[in-house]
Design a protein around this ligand. Structure first.
Ligand code: HEC
Length: 154
């Protein structure tokens, strides 16, 4: 008799605690994937207009750059990599003499830290990350703000 009651209590405990345990798992997964940044969407129209004004003269409206002079954004390893740190630093601080896609470019990429806000830099980066077949993880303005305060090297 006692054994049956104990077993019932155990079954009840599993039924009650099961959902709680699942919830805790989900919270832990969110925290470790960096879900504190909201990156599900961005202002695509704004991103495209910023890209057209500030980037397309060198990288092209089609994201293909100009062979030997300006690197392509389409298919770029920096732009499609899940960790966007390098992408953010290049746009904030500019870049020169770093190989892009294994190619050394003689021209320089200008810095945009003084020209564009965190939100605009996030929009133009997200535009690059989701155009021309690119599928990079999107970034949020808070990530741009965080990179402004670290070393200037990309
Ligand atoms: C004056 C021309 C010019 C403009 C304007 C320009 N870039 Fe660049 N960009 C470059 C050059 C040149 C490089 C390669 C830098 C190097 O070799 O270190 C580069 C590199 C990059 C890279 C790294 C590519 C890779 O695969 O490593 C990204 C991302 C990028 N630019 C984004 C942008 C964005 C976003 C804008 C506009 C806000 C922009 N660029 C405007 C010339 C330009």
């Amino acid at each position: 008799m006692l054994g049956i009651i104990r077993r019932r209590i155990a079954v009840l405990a599993v039924l009650c605690l099961g959902p709680v345990a699942l919830d805790l798992d989900r919270t832990a997964a969110q925290a470790s994937s960096g879900a504190e940044y909201r990156t599900a969407s961005y202002d695509a129209a704004r991103g495209e207009s910023l890209y057209t004004s500030y980037c397309s003269a060198c990288h092209g409206a089609d994201g293909e750059g100009r062979p030997g002079t300006y690197p392509p954004i389409k298919g770029s390893g920096v732009v499609t990599k899940t960790d966007a740190t390098k992408h953010i630093r290049i746009v904030l601080n500019g870049s020169q003499g770093a190989k892009a896609g294994g190619v050394l470019y003689a021209t320089a990429m200008p810095p945009f830290a003084a020209t564009l806000s965190d939100t605009d830099i996030a929009n133009v980066i997200d535009y690059e990350r989701s155009s021309w077949g690119n599928h990079g993880k999107l970034v949020a303005a808070a990530q741009i703000a965080a990179q402004r305060s670290v070393s200037k090297r990309p």
